[in-house]
Design a protein around this ligand. Structure first.
Ligand SMILES: [Fe+2]
Length: 386
């Protein structure tokens, strides 16, 4: 298998690192910035703080903060019109994956004609022009969008989530500052953290994994197993926030190259039908997909169990691998992730489950799974997860 790996994004980390933003914008030649911020950032005063950091460099700044969880094509269109009106030359994203993905979509439409859905991966046109520079400041430890060459947008008309990819989509700079985390509700920390864990476990067990993505993914699994419960228990735990930001970044770096498989395929299908937070859908589905795919990667699942703190001494390979499923179920219970998708409103309806299975196949992610899955198998996994 031919594989490529590079990290084009400069990473600045540590408590207080947001203060480096102005200098980085200068290095990027910014004169006119569009700050794409989650609306919660205004409430907690972080939006203002970042605006002041930008203005202190004598750089003009406009704020767009009509961000919704899971960016829709409509929000992307509105945001893009703002960028075109103010003629911003650099973008700063402040928030979770939705803010960062919206900023990425704005940067695509700044240099490409048409609508964002025209560039849907696999079916639309390729990105051929250089994009606007982007500085990403993630305020959740989940999507790892600051580390990836893709964005996910939802088209509510067709009930479809689609990705847009391109080599120039990687942010130029990612600032991993744990300071704002004390403001996050524990349940947001829980489900965004489960998104990162899903990235890491899926990539580690994917058919496209390499030695390099394995190293990043396994370290992310270990950090999440160790620090996610501590951060959920106390969002003000700076060490745990710092480690979780690294974990999400490592997992994002890994999955961008090593590829996701069934959990994201299934959760993207679910997300088209039900407005469920991405991380909740992933975290809920994760142990069921692990159970199904276990026999395809026994040794790797054993390593996942060990990375998550399970003692597998004296167990045979299958038993040890099974401990990975146990570890994820225990983590889910500890941080209050639902134990089944029935709790998310999914009914045991054959037509619905088949439609979800077909949507899962359409994501293309099933090709990366360590155990092949037919439509019937996928319906079975959805049903087992009810
Ligand atoms: Fe994800």
């Amino acid at each position: 298998m031919i594989a490529e790996f590079q990290i084009p994004t400069k990473i600045i980390s540590g408590s207080g690192s947001t203060a480096k933003l102005g200098g980085e914008l200068r290095l990027l030649g910014a004169t006119n910035v569009l700050l794409v911020a989650d609306p919660a950032m205004e409430t907690i005063g972080l939006q203002d703080k970042v605006v002041k950091l930008i203005e202190a460099e004598n750089i003009k700044v406009t704020v767009f903060n009509e961000i919704e969880p899971d960016p829709t094509v409509q929000v992307v269109q509105r945001a893009s019109e703002v960028q075109k009106t103010v003629k911003a030359d650099v973008l700063v994203a402040l928030g979770g994956g939705s803010a960062i993905d919206t900023a990425k979509a704005i940067s695509v439409l700044a240099t490409h004609p048409g609508k964002i859905q025209d560039y849907a991966a696999g079916v639309g046109s390729a990105l051929v022009n250089p994009l606007l520079p982007l500085v990403a400041i993630p305020t959740t430890a989940g999507t790892g969008s600051e580390a990836t060459s893709m964005m996910v947008v939802i088209d509510m008309e067709t009930k479809t989530k689609f990705a847009v990819r391109g080599a120039d989509v990687y942010p130029n700079v990612a600032i991993l500052d744990p300071d704002p985390f004390f403001n996050l509700p524990p349940f947001v920390i829980a489900y965004t953290g489960l998104d990162a864990l899903t990235h890491a476990i899926e990539t580690y067990t994917s058919n496209k994994a390499t030695e390099i993505t394995d190293a990043f993914a396994l370290r992310a699994i270990s950090l999440i197993g160790q620090y996610l419960p501590a951060l959920v228990a106390d969002p003000g735990n700076l060490e745990a926030a710092d480690k979780m930001l690294f974990a999400a970044n490592l997992a994002g770096t890994a999955f961008d190259r090593g590829k996701l498989h069934l959990v994201h395929g299934m959760s993207h299908a679910l997300g088209g039908y039900f407005r469920i937070a991405h991380g909740i859908a992933n975290g809920t589905l994760l142990p069921f997909v692990m159970q199904y795919t276990l026999i395809g990667k026994l040794e790797k699942y054993r390593n996942v169990a060990i990375a998550m703190g399970k003692n597998v001494n004296g167990m045979d390979l299958y038993e040890a691998a099974q401990q990975a499923v146990v570890a994820v179920k225990e983590l889910n219970a500890n941080v209050r992730i639902p134990s089944g998708i029935g709790e998310l409103g999914v009914a045991d309806d054959e037509a619905l489950l088949e439609a979800l299975a077909n949507k899962t196949v359409a994501t293309g992610l099933v090709n990366n799974t360590p155990r092949k899955a037919s439509i019937k198998d996928l319906v079975g996994i959805f049903r087992s997860a009810l």
